[in-house]
Design a protein around this ligand. Structure first.
Ligand code: MN
Ligand code: MN
Length: 461
């Protein structure tokens, strides 16, 4: 063999995914991107994503599952976990004792949650107090247009959905920052301290009502909320309101190759799973799609991936087939579909280039996450990686390997560990993201499309 032949046959040579994308696939990728962007414009919270999934699933013949129902090949079910998370299944030809092929993503994203007693007036400006949710860089949130989303359970028992700041005719909300002229002290602080959590107060208004008192601006805001939603101040005590970046997603770059949006992490994988699931007919093994809540704060609580609701759903399916849930889990496979950090040449020192995902190199497969000595990681076995590698290669999916940054730099986790704790073989995979956890994140259309193809390949494996 010549040296060149040896090089070709022995060494890896990763290539930009565009070198492998023919015209048909490029068109499919653009169609997929349009569907994804419409989903993102409609869904900025876990509740909105769950509602979207329920509505779409119903239109495709999925039925809400309750224990005791018959479960036969080709049946399509969903389990709505209190409007905050959802699991969907297409029942396979094989019994559940042969296991399920699962894709698990999350639909919550970092944001500013409203405190239980949030409304106040200071210097004749009305504000909402917030408590940030998930890992944000606080300095990124002032001076950008913000929207209020959520649900209020009113004193009269009614549930009211609130959305302010998304319609073009709506006002937006905003957090202020200090002018540079007076920032001598602020500029000496670290980025972590420049804006504090208690300074992330959202401006609601400045126009006072006529009359006497120190609460005329606040009172006017409450009057407006009452006119639109019939709210009184104490209704905030039974509310779940959150502040997110206002506006729609946009194509980015003169070549329109990227998409900017709030909350790609992890709705970009959630949509990939859903779109793939909705495209398949009866698979061999049962295909399960999970959209979980609370990943950004540790997958805890009733709607997080550690919740027993998943056992309740899968156990019900197994009972109908006379299968033990433990046997089903032991034979199952899970793709923990979550984003990875795309290599950013502005900060090359934070990553190991040889092991970091790159934009446009396809879905990023992550053997382990965790931080500082793999702490907290679900470390996939050679066999599990081999299964994913073979499945993706056989289906022509463009994929790459990923790790989260340099060994001593930091790290993170996903729902993978909680799936693996259930005795389910699990591998992490997802879309590389630039500016992860920023108010607006960037992904490449190619990587989004290939992640959908990867989910489809796993469902059908
Ligand atoms: Mn994530
Ligand atoms: Mn995240």
């Amino acid at each position: 063999m010549t040296t060149e032949e040896l090089r070709q046959s022995l060494l890896m040579a990763p290539k930009n995914g565009y070198t492998r994308l023919d015209e048909t696939k490029r068109k499919e990728m653009e169609d997929y991107s349009r569907r994804y962007m419409a989903f993102m414009d409609a869904c900025k919270t876990e509740r909105e994503a769950t509602a979207w999934a329920v509505e779409k699933a119903e239109s495709l013949g999925y039925k809400p599952f309750t224990p005791g129902m018959a479960v036969n090949p080709g049946d399509k079910f969903y389990y709505n976990n209190r409007d905050k998370a959802i699991a969907l299944a297409v029942i396979g030809k094989l019994p559940l004792s042969q296991g399920a092929n699962i894709c698990a993503a999350h639909v919550d994203s970092p944001r500013l949650d409203i405190k239980p007693n949030p409304l106040y007036e200071d210097a004749e400006i009305a504000y909402l107090k917030t408590h940030y949710y998930g890992g944000i860089k606080k300095y990124q949130w002032p001076t950008i247009p913000l929207a209020l989303h959520g649900l209020v359970c009113r004193k009269d028992g009614a549930k009211v959905t609130v959305t302010i700041g998304e319609d073009d005719s709506d006002p937006v909300l905003m957090v202020s920052d200090l002018l540079p002229h007076l920032s001598a002290d602020q500029m000496k602080k670290t980025l972590a301290e420049g804006i504090t959590g208690e300074q992330l107060n959202v401006i609601l208004g400045t126009r006072p009502l006529d009359g006497e008192g120190s609460d005329l601006v606040k009172l006017n805001i409450m009057k407006l909320l009452n006119e639109k939603y019939s709210l009184i101040e104490s209704d905030f005590l039974s509310a779940e309101l959150t502040v997110v970046p206002a506006g729609k997603c946009r194509e980015v770059g003169l070549d329109r190759s990227l998409i900017s949006a709030y909350g790609h992490d992890d709705r970009v994988c959630a949509f990939a799973e859903l779109d793939a699931l909705f495209a398949i007919e009866t698979p061999d093994k049962t295909a399960v799609c999970i959209l979980a809540d609370k990943e950004e704060i540790g997958s805890v609580g009733i709607s997080g991936m550690q919740s027993h609701y998943f056992e309740h759903f899968m156990g019900g399916l197994c009972d109908a087939q006379g299968v033990k849930l433990e046997d089903c889990f032991a034979a199952s496979f899970c793709l923990s579909a979550d984003v990875s950090n795309a290599f950013d040449p502005n900060w090359p020192e934070t990553c190991d280039r040889r092991n970091n995902s790159m934009l446009n190199y396809g879905v990023a497969i992550c053997k382990y996450t965790g931080s500082r000595g793999k702490g907290g990681a679900s470390d996939a076995s050679a066999e599990a990686m081999g299964h994913v590698r073979t499945t993706l290669e056989e289906n022509g999916v463009i994929w790459q390997i990923a790790t989260l940054g340099k060994v001593d730099q930091g790290g993170g986790g996903t729902v993978a560990a909680y799936m693996a704790n259930r005795n389910i073989v699990t591998v992490d995979a997802g879309v590389p993201v630039l500016s992860m956890h920023a108010p607006l994140e960037l992904v490449s259309k190619l990587d989004c499309y290939e992640t959908m193809l990867a989910c489809k390949a796993i469902y059908l494996a």
